[in-house]
Design a protein around this ligand. Sequence first.
Ligand code: PMP
Length: 453
Amino acid sequence: MTTPTAPQSLSSIMDGNSFQARDLDTLPAAERELITRRMAALGPSYRLFYKAPVHAERAEGCYLYSPDGTRYLDAYNNVASVGHANPAVVAAVASQMSRLNTHTRYLQDGIVDYSERLLATLPAHLDTAMFTNSGSEANDLAIRVARLWTGGEGVVVTAEAYHGTTELLSRVSPAISGGFPDDPTVRVIPAPDTYRVDTEDMGAWFAARVREAFEDLQAHGITPAAFLADSIFSSDGIFPDPAGFLHPAIEVCREFGALFISDEVQPGFGRTGDTFWGFERHGIDADLVSMGKPMGNGIPVAALVGRSEILGRFGKEVPYFNTFGGNSVSIAAAAAVLTFMQDTDLRSSVASVGADLKAAISGLTADLPWVGDVRGRGLYIGVEVVRDRDTREPDSVRALELVNAMRERHVLISVAGPGNNVLKVRPPLVFGGAEVALFAERFQDALMAVERR
Ligand code: PMP
């Protein structure tokens, strides 16, 4: 058996809150043995969360359970959007799986019905859907489509963006791109960091960065193809506000003939509580919309939506088939998720529960000199842990202590941002009042424990 080794290259999104092999000896024998076998079989790409990894055996609603029955409040899950083991989704998947699961080259009702319902949630000009298995595949397709449509190659992204895992996407995902050479067709701009950037007008400031990037591409003979952004800037550190600040940047994008690809893998499906799609909060139009994670509540299903002339041209010129993309079972899961969201008016609940959660976090941290900012929208909240409020210097050590103190108190959160110092609180969308109360109780206790250190 080989000896587990710590990951060599540090990536904010992968290593911000990862278990380190040096802590193996602190764990109970059963976990130690499973982790050792896991590292030997899977290798170092597979990072676990937390100083003491959580052993998950089953889950229900907003809670995970370990084999010994310990219950964890899941406040870090953008996949189990309508709750772990949601009975309606489980029933839809089981029923479809027992009848038919096949690909899109056979005529089926499900994919057509679901596409029509999905498109009805989007502005009318976004009238065509293509299905994939992951957000990465949707973004990869989006960039191929944008490059074909514009005849250009240049792509602009933010400094700590994460858009996926293919080779193409690792070149536009600075949060994780270790090991790949810089791509001459990609420009990286600073995030719209409302906590640290000194500007009265974030919209104008950010649009100026997009303009500089497109101008620089042109100066190097590269035609702009796309501005690719997640409108909540999750891996950059969570910057949703002020709503509307993306508007001038998208005008600049159009001026340069580039497409705006809205990556909705994080903010989509009602996460912000304001609108069903993140880009709508900014009062902007997207040319292409990629979506994934919460779409199937754990069943792999993702999509790229766009205008028919853009996706139509790609469809005619580039043969594209995706064996599992849009399969019968994935579509059944996605349809059940959408039905649940619409029948329960989940977005409204996200707005009110999210406001309560943010108010609770703000109240508990208001007097702590090492918490500089609490921000977020709906059920996506970021808490800046800093060395002091004047310098605003990130304090990742304390942030991780807090994440692990919460884990010890059986509440799951993590960190985001280039400094690994922004607590990321992003629970399933079915989080309710009882969960907010439990979170607040444990958070207060964890804050006190970390304050005392
Ligand atoms: N875009 C964003 C904004 C993401 O957060 C992620 C996943 N973390 C992806 C794309 C990639 O999605 P997937 O892991 O399903 O390929």
